[in-house]
Structure formats: structure tokens, C-alpha cells
Design a protein around this ligand. Sequence first.
Ligand code: G3H
Ligand code: 13P
Ligand code: ZN
Length: 327
Amino acid sequence: MALVTSKAMFEKAYKGGYAIGAFNVNNMEIIQGITEAAMENRAPLILQVSKGARAYAKHVYLMKLIEAAIIDAEQSAGFDLPVCVHLDHGDSFELCKSCIDGGFTSVMIDGSSKSFEDNIALTRQVVEYAHDHGVVVEGELGTLAGVEDEVNVSAEDSSYTRPDEVEEFVSRTGVDSLAIAIGTSHGAYKFTADQCTRNEKGLLVPPPLRFDILDEISRRLPGFPIVLHGSSSVPQEFVRIINENGGKMPDAVGIPEEQLRKAAEGAVCKINIDSDLRLAMTACVRQYFAEHPDHFDPRQYLKPARIAIKDMVAHKLINVLGCNGQA
Ligand code: G3H
Ligand code: 13P
Ligand code: ZN
């Protein structure tokens, strides 16, 4: 099967009350771990590439690795793995055009830091080019806190999406999906300790997402696919392993899984996950070296890291996104 857009995936997900996982990819082991989990669980998949990932691994390597994963699924399981390849946080028309020309089936143009009118103008320009080439577009309204393409957006500079802007934005731009800000943020430190309470074990409990804003946006855009960025859960088991094996990530905290599951059951059709992949890989490699200080063969430590990613993704497909068995 060739690469697909997310259009049919989102239509089915919206009606079915589940979401598609959009996982950031940077290298072969990450792509293999994610696609093996999707293949075994019959899940549709979005693999997304940031500007930084493209600079690190090069466009052609990532495309060929993704193509290889689809061929492997067909050969080893006789399964047509539906994969959409998406540009994450495109920041210019030129970057989006380059990804469209290079075979991506979906792009995000992130004009969320611009004025409403400038965001509309840039997004409209990308939509026109993308739709002429059979590619779908995600836009964004509202600003998430956290690290985005190496730029740190402080909590003070973040802002929730304004529901009264969404209809005009969608109709004037022609976007196919809309990323919104309802309290998620990028990275492994989504909230400061001050913004959280602590449970009986001393672990941070973050404030709830603004489901009132999500509900109002869904009411204004019935049937329209909504996207959540910054949706890693930051599993505390990974944080513990990292901290016990030479790492230093005190008070790392993510979005509780039950809140993401609730979002996936409603209008949210795409949930973005990057930090949890990084944590799975880092925890595994740190533990491996602590237990095998004399080893130096990358296959020895990258293999368990790939398995850790696969297991974590499988858990999300089944227990958070609910998209297992939908491909
Ligand atoms: O939203 C940001 C993603 O986590 C991508 O991060 O720019 O470090 O690849 P990156
Ligand atoms: P996390 O940092 O929560 O994984 O968010 C990833 C993301 O939104 C990529 O665009
Ligand atoms: Zn993001």
C-alpha cells in the first residue's frame, strides 16, 4: 500500500470515538518500534517529522525507512499498514512545499505565534499548494507552553485557543484539521510543581485539561478533526529508571492517560507523542549501561530500546487512543 493522507483515518476516528497516534520519528529504531506495534495491533498510524528531525536524519532517509517499514509489514504479516507521513510544526511555506514535493501526505503549518490575520494568510497559502497536490493540512490556533523546535515558550506566553475564532479560521483557510491549546504542552516538564498538587506518594498531579474549551470548539465545528499536541504522559516508571541510572529529571510530569482517553473519545482525532518515545529510549539505554558497563555494541542497547518503544506504543494504541483493530 502507498502512503495515505489522514482524511479517511480522521473521518473513521471521529465517528468511532477514538484517535490516531501521531508519533515523532528521528531514526530507524524509533520507526521500527512504532510500526511493529501498529502492525501487531492493526492500528492506522501517523508518523511525523519535525524540522529538527529532518535536519538530523535527512528527508530521504526518513522516507525510505518509512517505506521499508510498510514493505516489512506486508512481507512479515501480510498486512497493508496505513501510514500517513506528516510534517510536524512547519514554520514556513517553503518548508511545507519541500515536504509536499518530497512525498509527505500531510503537513502542519504552525502560524500560531502570528497575528490571527497573518496566521490565516500563511495557512491559506499552504492549503492551496497542498490541496493541489493531494496533501492535507493541519493548522493551529492558540499557543502551547514548552519547547518547540528548540524555542522555549514560557507558560506566561502560552494561551488557550479562543473558541470564537475557530469557525472563521477553518472556513477562511480551508484546513483539514485544527490543533488547539487546552492545557497540554511540549516536553517532559509540562507543568511546574507550583501548578500541580502532590498525591500520597509525593508524585505531581497536574491540573486538568480545559475540556470546556474543547467542548465549545467541537460544538462550533461539528465533525471537524481536532488535534492535540504536547500529549505525552511522561510515564513515571521511565522517569524513575532514568533518575536511578545516572539521569537527572526531577519532577518531570505529563498529561494523565485518562484525560487523553476522554479527549480521544470526543472530537480529538490526532494525539501527538514525542517525549514518551524519548523517555522510553533513554530509560532503556541508561539502564542497559548501568547493568552492562563493559558493553559497547550499539545493537546490544538499541535492540531493547526498540522493544521498549514498541511496548509503550502498543500500550497507547490500546489503552489511550483506542485505535487498535481499526486498520
Ligand atoms: O513539538 C515538538 C516535537 O516534540 C519535535 O521536537 O523539534 O526536537 O524534533 P524536535
Ligand atoms: P510531547 O512533547 O508531549 O510528546 O508533544 C509532542 C508534540 O506535540 C509534537 O508536535
Ligand atoms: Zn507539537
